[in-house]
Write a protein that binds this ligand. Sequence first.
Ligand code: G1P
Length: 306
Amino acid sequence: MFPLQTSKPETYSMRIRKAVFPVAGLGTRFLPATKAIPKEMLPVVDRPVIQHVVDEARAAGIEHFIFVTGRNKGTIEDHFDIAFELDHTLASRNRHADLALLADDLPGAGQTSFTRQQAPLGLGHAVWCARELVGDEPFAVLLPDMLHHGIEPCLKGMIEQHAKTRANSVSVYAVPMEQTPSYGIIDAVPLADGSQQIRNMVEKPAAGTAPSNLAISGRYVLSPKIFDILGRQQKGAGGEIQLTDAMLTLLETEKFLAHIFDGEVFDTGTKIGFLTANVAYALARPEFGSLARSEIEKLLARRQNT
Ligand code: G1P
C-alpha cells in the first residue's frame, strides 16, 4: 500500500500533493481493442498504462490521485481498489508474492478521487472538472498516454524544480518537425541558471508554423489560477477547450519553465508508440529483459532472411 502520510496544513500551498489524471478519452485510435476496455487499461508488459503513470506520480511524492473519468471507465476505478475475491483466492493458494504485488500498487484508503467529464470538450475542460478536488493549491497533471522512461521519474524532477522556483512548468521533448502538428509546442529561452523559460506555446500548430520542435510531453505543474482561466476558455484547436491556450494566458502573469526530461518518452496514444513502449519496458525488466532481447533479435533475424 502507499504510505498513508499526510502533510501539515501549513505546507499545503507550497508542496505539490495532488495529481490529476485525465482519463475520459474514448480511445478511438485503438479500436477494436478499446471497444469494451478503457485505453488506459491496455498493458505495457504486465501493467496497465495508467498504473505506470500512477507509479511515476507516486515516486514523485504525490499523495492524492484525482481521476477525471467518463462513461465506461469503471475498470480504472476497480483497478485502484481491493479485489476481495481475488485476494481471498490468492491467499488460499499461498500466492503471497502476487498478493504483495497487488497490495504494493494500491493507493491507500481515501487517496483516490474520481470525477466525471460529462462531455468530450477537450483536455482543458477535463482538468477544469477537477477544480473542486484540487482546491487552492498548486498541483500536477499527468496525461496517461505519455510514458516517461528514465532513471529519475519525470514528475519528480518537476516537483523539485517547483520547490525551488514556485514556477509553473511543463515537460517537453524533441519531436521530428513533421510531427509538431500533433502536439502542444513551446518556445523557450535559456536562463542564467540553466533552466528554460517559456515565452510562447501553441497547441497543434499548422504544418510549417511551429516555433520549435519541443513538444509538451504531458506532465504539468500548475498554479490553481489555471482553473479561473479554464472556466472562461474559448474553444481552440480541434474545436476543444485546450489546456495549452489557458496556460498561454497564465503565462502573462506567472512564470513557466520547460522541463526537458532526461530519458525516453513514448506516446502510447499512437500504435507505434504503444508497441515501442512495450519493447522498451520489456527490455528494462531485470527478470526477463535479456530473454526479451534474444527473442526480438531472433525475430528480426528471421525477417531479414526471408
Ligand atoms: C495533449 C496536449 C498537447 C500535448 C499532448 C501530448 O494533446 O493538448 O499539448 O503535446 O497531449 O500527448 P492530445 O494528445 O490530447 O491531442
